[in-house]
Design a protein around this ligand. Structure first.
Ligand code: DON
Length: 336
């Protein structure tokens, strides 16, 4: 069993306070916790060692207040949640046009590990599925070389407000079993979407997926996206503003794999999930939300995390197109 994260979080966060928002978050947490359906991912053997009971929730506001429930400080591997952040970095480093030439922004409607490209462009459908994320890793590698991973880790750490590290067991487990991703990478090479060393690029991708985070980290990282790329506590401008916009757009349309359409329709929050059980939600200019529970539905999304974010969206009016009388969201009054 994993210990709680031992690296301190940004210390200047406002203290947690019982208020109406805290009550709603606790209620949502308790309801979602009662659902014990879903399965642990086991295609990366190390992931099957997670504890099915784990469930944590973190919500961070642009004013620097943090709300938590359950195992919010339990570490797990970020997996595909990293794809949103590496896309953001690639747009900054390589420029939007260069990124768009290599990876589209259309939902694929297929599983995250589909060996499939857009037949018209011969490019991956979007950067949130494996083929797209490996292409993004390739772009970062072509610009930054051997320093690419440290660059990614540094930016993700600054977004989280504390130094993050790699779970070496998860990394090794994926290196030992990631043949499908290697196949995808070779196919990308064959159509010219990727260039350079497949091994180096795939290992970069495996390593970014093995970064260890907590639900609290994901809440702060999501908040950094929500807060125009600036960490709300440290005031560090972590991400490029234009890239943040592009990232949220692609999270909105493609972040939940082949459940992305129904997610955008019913939850309406840019989000990204991972097979480690993590889920990040970005409520622009308001909140970052992080959830962790390793039991996954058949599309690879965390069951309790999806339940919790769905309920939070409903309870707090977080849907991007919410049109209640209060305005876009009732959270607004907690942000003054
Ligand atoms: O590519 C893989 O298999 C993983 N490292 C990441 C997959 C992932 O999280 C997709 N999730 N639903």
């Amino acid at each position: 069993m994993e210990l709680e994260s031992d690296v301190p979080e940004a210390t200047t966060a406002l203290p947690e306070e019982p208020d109406e928002l805290a009550e709603i978050i606790e209620l949502v947490y308790q309801r979602a916790a009662a659902d014990d359906t879903g399965d642990l991912a086991d295609y990366i053997p190390e992931l099957a060692k997670a504890s099915p009971d784990d469930f944590g929730l973190g919500v961070a506001t642009v004013k620097g207040r943090l709300y938590t429930a359950g195992d919010a400080r339990k570490p797990f591997s970020i997996q595909s949640v990293s794809k949103a952040f590496t896309y953001c970095l690639a747009v900054e480093v390589a420029g939007r046009e260069a990124v768009l030439r290599r990876v589209g922004v259309e939902p694929s409607g297929d599983a995250f590990n589909a060996i499939e490209f857009n037949p018209h462009t011969r490019r991956p459908y979007n950067p949130m599925v494996n083929a797209g994320a490996i292409t993004i890793a390739g772009l970062l590698y072509s610009h930054l070389g051997a320093g690419a991973f440290d660059f990614i880790l540094d930016r993700l750490s600054r977004a989280a407000g504390r130094p993050l590290a790699v779970d070496e067991n998860i990394y090794r487990s994926e290196v030992a079993t990631g043949h499908r991703n290697r196949a995808i990478a070779h196919l990308l090479l064959s159509v010219g979407a990727l260039s350079g060393s497949v091994d180096a690029i795939v290992n970069l991708y495996f390593r970014q997926c093995a970064i260890r985070v907590t639900a609290v980290d994901l809440a702060w990282m999501g908040l950094t996206l929500a807060n125009l790329g600036e960490n709300a506590i440290t005031k560090d401008q972590v991400f490029d503003l234009q890239a943040v916009r592009d990232t949220q757009a692609v999270m909105f349309s493609c972040g939940m794999y082949d459940a992305s359409g129904s997610w955008a329709y019913s939850v309406g929050i840019p989000a990204k999930s991972g097979v480690g059980g993590g889920l990040v939600g970005v409520v622009n200019r308001q909140l970052g939300i992080g959830a962790y529970s390793p039991l996954l539905d058949h599309k690879g999304n965390t069951v309790r995390g999806v339940k919790a974010l769905t309920a939070l969206s409903e309870e707090l009016g977080l849907h991007a197109f919410d049109c209640t009388k209060q305005g876009s969201s009732i959270v607004e009054r907690f942000l003054r």
